[in-house]
Ligand binder design. Structure first.
Ligand code: HEC
Ligand code: HEC
Ligand code: HEC
Ligand code: HEC
Ligand code: HEC
Ligand code: HEC
Length: 301
């Protein structure tokens, strides 16, 4: 009888330990995304309302595991253009963002020269570029090498092992990050290590709209998951882009207009993911968009 009581008591203690352990795990699971760092820069936090519940930690972890970034650092940001070349049975064209963005801002190509911000959408013919459009605006022997020769500098196999990624070496001395193309382009431009041109010859120049006063400071807004804040600096984007690259196609200009965009669609390349999965630093650099979230190092979330 006495012994029974003792063993019951032990059972309770044991159950108590397990319960405390599980509760601890849950609290850890919910809070481990966050760590307290310096206070947020920018405007006060905008509170958004969400119709969907946040992704569970497991779902999010799985999505991030499954996410395919645009290739290894050497060719992160490379685009294979084969819309026309396939038809004409010639080798595809490999376009390197790294090679170009050190010399030109995004809006030179994506606003002034009308390249699409979506792969495979621009229809480029040889006639077009010989006529000075698209690649031909620069590859005319004046700004860059001419399309009259050097066919195989542009028309080549996709990431062949022998190709030594000249642009990767050219930019090796720029500040680095651990993800994407491994270059910290924001610091590179802010420290004047690169000075990409913001327009081509005068005739293309379109004055960009100035950034309204209240948007000089970064925007911060809430997400479906409590405690996760998104940090969005307009000013840093304006070093590269034009308003029209984002508004109105990707984001409504009315603050409340864009339905709260969910994480999943971002990871599938919509909204911020349109650039931050393909050309700009990708989604595993968590900390730059969520100042309180640790960067993703490949370990389980
Ligand atoms: C600056 C880069 C560049 C150079 C150099 C270049 N091309 Fe192209 N070429 C392109 C691009 C971009 C396309 C469109 C690719 C696509 O969408 O499939 C293209 C398409 C083509 C096409 C198919 C489309 C059409 O209108 O006929 C042919 C053929 C072609 N190039 C031949 C050549 C030849 C021959 C040379 C060398 C004398 C050459 N290219 C040099 C970039 C280049
Ligand atoms: C020298 C010209 C040039 C510059 C500069 C340039 N791009 Fe591009 N970009 C292209 C071309 C060409 C494509 C392919 C378009 C196509 O396939 O229709 C492309 C495609 C893209 C895509 C589509 C990717 C996809 O997978 O759908 C994105 C996003 C993009 N660029 C963002 C940027 C950003 C951000 C910058 C500045 C950091 C930039 N680009 C600078 C020429 C340029
Ligand atoms: C805004 C000007 C500009 C446009 C538009 C442009 N380029 Fe370039 N490109 C350059 C410059 C500048 C260089 C580097 C200098 C040089 O090699 O002559 C370069 C270099 C290159 C290189 C060699 C470097 C490397 O590592 O890949 C290739 C290939 C190339 N461009 C292809 C293209 C193709 C394809 C297009 C069109 C889809 C294009 N470029 C559009 C300016 C431009
Ligand atoms: C890289 C993409 C990007 C660029 C470039 C960009 N914006 Fe925005 N903008 C956003 C995002 C994201 C939001 C927030 C949208 C939301 O919450 O629905 C926003 C919000 C806004 C808002 C509403 C916010 C408020 O508080 O009033 C205005 C106005 C605005 N942008 C104007 C501009 C102007 C003007 C430019 C060019 C000078 C510009 N944007 C360039 C992405 C961009
Ligand atoms: C049209 C392309 C585009 C879109 C859309 C876009 N960005 Fe960016 N963003 C860039 C480029 C280009 C940079 C410069 C850094 C780089 O290329 O890696 C940048 C830089 C940033 C930085 C600066 C990091 C630093 O070092 O300070 C933050 C934060 C950021 N983006 C967040 C966002 C968020 C959040 C969204 C969506 C609401 C978004 N961006 C949408 C192109 C884009
Ligand atoms: C380029 C910017 C950017 C980067 C990098 C980024 N996120 Fe996000 N994240 C967003 C945006 C925008 C939202 C807002 C989506 C919404 O409104 O729910 C978001 C939402 C979230 C949410 C809350 C919403 C939900 O559905 O659960 C979590 C959690 C989150 N991100 C985690 C991460 C983690 C972990 C990483 C790194 C692996 C990361 N994010 C990297 C832009 C980014």
């Amino acid at each position: 009888m006495h012994n029974d009581k003792i063993s019951l008591c032990w059972k309770w203690i044991f159950a108590g330990i397990i319960f405390t352990f599980l509760a601890g795990c849950t609290i850890y699971a919910v809070t481990d995304f966050t760590r307290d760092t310096a206070p947020l820069q920018g405007n006060q936090i905008i509170k958004k309302t969400y119709s969907k519940a946040p992704l569970s930690r497991r779902e999010l972890g799985r999505l991030i595991e499954l996410t395919v970034y645009n290739g290894k650092p050497e060719y992160y940001g490379d685009m294979v253009l084969d819309r026309q070349s396939k038809k004409h049975k010639c080798k595809p064209v490999i376009f390197s963002h790294r090679a170009h963005r050190q010399h030109f801002t995004c809006n030179v190509c994506h606003t002034q020269l009308e390249f699409s911000l979506s792969k495979g959408q621009t229809d480029i013919t040889r006639e077009d570029y010989l006529d000075g459009r698209y690649c031909g605006a620069c590859h005319n022997g004046k700004v860059a090498f001419s399309t009259e020769f050097a066919c195989d500098v542009c028309h080549r196999k996709v990431n062949p092992s022998k190709f030594n990624y000249p642009a990767y070496k050219e930019t090796a001395n720029l500040p680095t990050t651990k993800y994407g193309d491994q270059t910290d382009w924001v610091t590179a431009i802010e420290q004047g290590l690169i000075q990409p041109k913001t327009f081509l010859p005068e005739e293309y120049m379109l004055p960009s709209m100035p950034l309204p006063e209240h948007l000089q400071q970064p925007l911060n807004w809430t997400t479906a998951a409590p405690r996760i804040i998104v940090h969005f600096p307009h000013r840093k984007h304006m070093l590269w882009l034009d308003c029209s690259n984002c508004h109105p196609d990707l984001f409504s200009i009315k603050q409340t207009g864009t339905v709260a965009f969910d994480k999943e669609s971002n990871l599938y390349g919509q909204f911020c993911g349109a650039c931050h999965m393909t050309v700009a630093f990708p989604m595993n650099g968590c900390n730059r968009c969520h100042p309180h979230v640790k960067n993703y190092t490949g370990k389980k979330i």
